[in-house]
Write a protein that binds this ligand. Sequence first.
Ligand code: SF4
Length: 698
Amino acid sequence: MFDHVFRPGAIGGLVLPHRVVMGAMHLNLEALDDGGRALAAFYAERAGEDAGLIVTGGTAVSPAGAGGPGYGMAGDAGHRAALARAVRAVHEAGGRIALQLFHAGRYALPGAPGTDGGAPFAPSPVYSAFSRSTPRELTEEQILDTVADFGRGAAVARELGFDAVEVMGSEGYLINQFTAPATNRRDDGWGGDAGRRRRFPVEVARAVRAAAGDGFPVLFRMSGADLVEDGTPPEETAALAVALAEAGVDALAVGVGWHESPVPTVQAQVPAGTWAVYAKEVKAALRAAGHGDLPVIASNRFNRLGQADEVLATGEVDFVAMARPFLADPAIVTKSRAGRADAVNLCIACNEACIDRSFGTEPVSCLVNPRAGHESEFPLLDVVERPGRYAVIGAGVAGLEAARTLAGLGRHVEVYEAAQEPGGQFRMAAKVPGKAEFGDTIRHHERELRELGVDLRLGHRIGHRDLPMLRALDGVVLATGVLAHRPMLPGLALPHVLDYQQAFADPDALGPRVAVIGGGGIAVDLAHLLTADPDVKAEPEEFLAAHAVTGAVAAGGGAGGVGAGGGTALAERPGALGRTPRRVTLMRRGRRVGAGIGPSTRWVVMRELRAAGVELLTGVGYEEITREGVLVREAEGGLRLVEADHVVLASGQEPELDVAVTLGRAGVPFETAGGAAGTERLNAVRATAEGLRAAHRI
Ligand code: SF4
């Protein structure tokens, strides 16, 4: 199984046991004041699970290159010590690790060191919607210094014992900013035509090659398609690949998209394997120029080894980089190698605990694996039976996480769930277009509980009759979740009023006009579900066509791979993502619909809602629910009847706490997790993290 993945390969002189590379992720552990403990534990666990080659998160080659305050810097003695510790830990675990050399350019976020509180630096002063700043233009001297900084970064990597370096030249960071006409408006030795736009990456590659020395592998991550207006033209991308090969790099990793791209690249809505086409085109360009032996690494949106195997089977790429899947399950490779691919805890591309956090300072973790980033705090123990009988009440994601953690600690665990199926609100989310893999998380956890011998009792609502059982327990994790909040409104008892849980349970029963009271993440999910066109297939070709993305680097597809108008025109292309005849209106008292959705995902789902014709009413006051719909007072003060066949309540949640009273009567110690611990800022990331912590505390 996975014969193409499990073939040894080599990058330069570095022999690798298989064809999967663990791609770079900024973790916000890099600059922690812990001597590198957390960082080392994170990488070592993955190295011990045969991650092949691990690429670190971006390490800034100069203070001005740091993406934010949580970035590690090659010039900082403390950060170097942390990196050295990570290298030792990875080697002790039998792995290999490459240092990624990074410069954010105009993507440096406020608070990044090296900008002195001012604007970041870039080839040209072109405003960035991502960093919300207009950068300062680099002088010629600063450019030459930056090239030298990359070289020094490679020397540092070698000194610290790394096995390789990777130069970050894609995803819209500094090097990529030089190659794109959109951000390189210079007319000097570093911009003005294709050759001069290419000069910076090539000079960096040469400097890194020289500093790394012979035999030290140099990977270069280049952009296969910028997916922005006026991005690097496709023919220049192909020429860059050849120039980098001639500058002496040992492998090209191919990324796609910028943070400002109007096309989603890493969200759940993107079908797996969509972007492999660009890596294949880079390989084709290399072959045509006589550099066909140079390994090419495909990346972005692979979450199963089977998908990696398929693209490797084409022979058009040599390796596949996977990043987030190693957060979700450090053992993805070892499980798959052992024929247990179905036991892998899949990355569901929610981005909530990883990419969204990487834009701030909170350590990155994972919704489906909250231990990620906390390996030193919660070290893996051998599962040996330990005394104690514990119960988890509620089998939503918080309860499932608590149960698998408790069982992993060797406890005897029983799980009681009132519904006939586990998963709680996650089961609702799995119905939403693009979120089907949320169901895999539930299945994975169920399977793990079975393997760990956990007794899962479905359809059992804990009540007074359970007092004797509860009294015999050593501890309980209460994870009973939430109920839909019922606002005080006239007309609430009318028969066409449902709560969101009822609506998710049977969406087909809802009429052609639906008014949703509420505009948070659940309301958005529901609107998406109610308006989705079931005929739209989640296949790369359909996705690329719907987003007007050209498929090939060398196809001359216009603006860096985005067709005329780019993705911003999606809402003006009725039918691009499908429509149904159902008319949905989302209403919110506040001003921002979907405010709690993470920044990397919100813009995608909001655009899809608009494309599907969902009406968004903000700043409204609710007057009354009538037989005809909902009477609201609009922001301007006028009354309006939002006509609806069904009215759905999705305006908040309340903890379901009845069981807490019973537990109090039983006198059994308990900890709460998820909705039972409170509904403030409740989301699945918080719920699973609390499940983990509650299991350790109890
Ligand atoms: Fe994947 Fe979500 Fe975990 Fe990130 S938080 S690794 S996207 S499952």
